[in-house]
Write a protein that binds this ligand. Structure first.
Ligand code: CA2
Length: 176
């Protein structure tokens, strides 16, 4: 038997009838604002999360944020995202971007649309950062715009959710 994910607007996490966006932050991003401002800016992770939750509240969307340094914990959170009926994911996989087939597989298995975000421009850095295990699965990628990149990704998610039909498809196709 095959099952199909359809559009849902309720979750088990206190956001009944509100769309649910999950923002996932990978390893070491808890250090933001304290070190390496040249690459990652001066905003702390709390600053970024507060800004995203506020944007979500203004739009009537439940924005949940989650940071973990452990690959397995991020994978478990993705499994829970299916159970929680998350509608859209914004993810900065951090160093796992370049290493983790396991996290890629977990994200693919959710079948939840996502935008990949990087604070720094990964293509202007060391060559080992140029490859991402996520970009070909993502709806889009934002890289190099600092904390503003998260805001843009969430704005896109909000628009995507607004343009959703009751069956979960998009009313208008995205530009290629
Ligand atoms: O630019 C990004 O957002 C990255 O995903 C950040 C990762 C890096 O491995 C990716 O290549 C690009 C690293 C996150 C580490 O964050 C720190 C923040 C402050 C101090 C030290 C590390």
């Amino acid at each position: 038997m095959t099952t199909k994910r359809t559009s849902r607007a309720s979750t088990q996490s206190g956001s009944t009838l509100r769309p649910h966006v999950l923002v996932l932050h990978g390893p070491n991003l808890n250090l933001l604002g304290n070190r390496e401002p040249k690459h990652y800016g001066i905003a702390t992770l709390d600053d970024i999360n507060r800004m995203l939750v506020g944007l979500g509240e203004a739009a009537g969307v439940h924005v949940e944020t989650f940071q973990q340094n452990h690959e397995g914990a991020l994978i478990d959170k993705l499994h829970e995202a299916v159970r929680d009926r998350v509608d859209f994911i914004v993810i900065n996989p951090a160093a796992y971007t370049h290493t983790s087939v396991a996290l890629r597989d977990a994200l693919a298995a959710t079948a939840i649309p996502f935008v990949e975000v990087h604070l720094s421009n990964i293509h202007a850095r060391e060559s080992f950062r140029h490859h991402s295990y996520f970009s070909d699965l993502a709806v889009g990628v934002v890289s190099g715009l600092g904390a503003h990149g998260y805001e843009l990704a969430l704005e896109y998610a909000l628009r995507y959710l607004q343009n959703r039909t009751p069956h979960g498809s998009q009313k208008t196709e995205k530009a290629h």
